[in-house]
Design a protein around this ligand. Structure first.
Ligand SMILES: Cc1cc2nc3c(=O)[nH]c(=O)nc-3n(C[C@H](O)[C@H](O)[C@H](O)COP(=O)(O)OP(=O)(O)OC[C@H]3O[C@@H](n4cnc5c(N)ncnc54)[C@H](O)[C@@H]3O)c2cc1C
Length: 417
């Protein structure tokens, strides 16, 4: 392989950094250029709503590719350098007016957090949390006694609420549904999270929609569509993200999937409709061989592992990506891992105690485990995954029996036939 052969990676997040590592681990001897729009070394985002927002960690805690990383992995970093376009015919990526040639290309442009179309969404004191800059700016405003309204009771919202509370802010959590995290975890586990937040002094106002953010120049509160006002100097919008598909669309790559699944279409090896272009992380809508469908996943574990696979395959490996979606969350002293991709579930079976805050919540559809969360219980998530992969009806008594070792769940809980 000549050193003029080049893998270009667009996107300096977790998936992009791991793609470089994956390519080197697979034996790529050529050049690797990593193009990042942000000014920072590649960093991961989970700390942005956790230790970084709490002030416990500085920005370095989020960096996945520290000072020596680029040298160790032979990566040429181009930072503060958004890729402008891709010419697949000429095999070049345009950056700062220059056309950089590639042999293979990995796209990992992630997501952006657009502000919702809501009156007042651009006022001073209104924040999204997507980038390091977002998180640092918000952290500076989270002072003891400051009133904070968090809009959105899913992961970003609940984690931001917990961290703001831990900094001594007065926090109100606003959202749809009757409990936080209901869509992902179901009512019972959502109610557990509601109780955890209330026990830490967060006020929950779930149900009403948001009519506007009020204020002249600075936010002063959030007007709900029932007419009430939640007064706040700081408003955090945890209202969802959108995959950054612009480059891929303009390059003529196949993009598809409806609604939230819309992403760059890829096969189970993360190759796009152009076999020399691979994709990883939030923007990939990739065929999942176990789930039998294309899925687009906005999870840390997905970015990490798809990055490694896409980079390796760009380097000439031929690896199938078949890991189940995996997610984690930390709020106060509650740690959680989740695996699965249920779409819908019709039953939640709890092993352990919601009251004690240590449990595994299995999500079942037609008696088959399709997902599961372990909360303050560790070293069991791989066994939840074993049950999901088995895709067979379970005996609930064995799942909840504390005498059954999780390593034996597959042997003891699956129906014999
Ligand atoms: C605050 C926060 C907390 C989270 N916490 C968790 C958690 O606890 N657990 C969990 O499982 N998941 C969590 N996630 C989700 C997880 O971080 C994402 O799924 C993951 O960051 C996706 O990685 P990525 O590399 O695909 O994209 P990103 O992390 O979005 O990185 C993409 C990068 O590409 C750059 N880029 C975009 N366009 C261009 C271009 N044209 N040229 C060059 N560069 C470009 C962007 O600037 C960005 O730096 C969290 C996300 C956020 C925002």
């Amino acid at each position: 392989m000549s050193d003029t052969e080049t893998i270009v990676i667009v996107g300096g997040g977790l998936a992009g950094a791991k793609a470089a590592e994956g390519a080197r681990e697979a034996g790529w001897q050529g050049r690797i250029r990593l193009i990042g729009a942000e000014p920072y070394l590649p960093y991961e985002r989970p700390p942005l709503t956790k230790g970084l927002l709490q002030g416990a960690d500085g920005p370095r805690a989020a960096i996945v590719a520290g000072d020596g990383w680029a040298t160790t992995h032979g990566v040429e970093l181009l930072l503060s350098a958004p890729a402008e376009s891709i010419d697949r015919g000429a095999r070049t990526v345009r950056v700062a007016g220059e056309d950089l040639p590639y042999t293979r290309l990995v796209l990992a442009t992630g997501s952006v957090a657009p502000r919702p179309d809501l009156p007042g969404a651009d006022l001073d004191g209104v924040f999204v949390v997507r980038t390091l800059d977002d998180a640092l700016a918000l952290r500076d405003r989270l002072l003891p006694g400051v009133r904070v309204a968090v809009v959105g009771a899913s992961w970003i919202g609940t984690e931001a609420a917990a961290s703001a509370r831990q900094r001594g802010a007065e926090v109100t959590l606003l959202g749809r549904g009757s409990v936080p995290l209901e869509r992902v975890l179901g009512h019972e586990v959502g109610a557990f999270y509601a109780a955890v937040h209330e026990a830490h002094g967060v006020s929950l106002r779930l149900g009403p929609g948001i009519a506007a953010i009020e204020g002249e120049q600075n936010a002063t509160g959030v007007r709900l569509d029932d007419g009430s006002l939640v007064e706040a100097e700081v408003v955090v919008l945890g209202t969802g993200v959108r995959p950054e598909l612009g480059l891929a669309v303009a390059a003529g790559l196949d993009v598809g999937g409806s609604g939230p699944a819309r992403g760059v279409l890829a096969d189970e090896r993360l190759a796009t409709s152009d076999p020399d272009v691979f994709v990883a992380g939030d923007i990939a809508n990739a065929m999942h061989p176990i789930l039998g469908d294309r899925i687009r996943v906005e999870h840390w574990g997905n970015a990490l592992n798809q990055g490694l696979t896409a980079g390796a395959n760009a380097a000439g490996a031929n690896r199938v990506f078949d890991l189940l979606p995996y997610f984690f969350s930390d709020q106060y002293d509650v740690g959680m891992e989740y695996s699965g991709w249920p779409g819908a579930f019709d039953e939640v079976v709890i092993r352990g105690s919601l009251d004690d805050g240590e449990f595994v919540a299995f999500q079942l559809r037609d008696a088959v485990v399709v997902g599961g969360a372990n909360v303050n219980v560790w070293d069991v998530n791989e066994h939840v995954q074993d049950l999901v992969r088995a895709a067979r009806p379970v005996r609930r008594e064995a799942l909840v029996d504390p005498g059954v070792d999780p390593a034996d769940w597959v042997a003891r809980a699956l129906d014999a036939d």
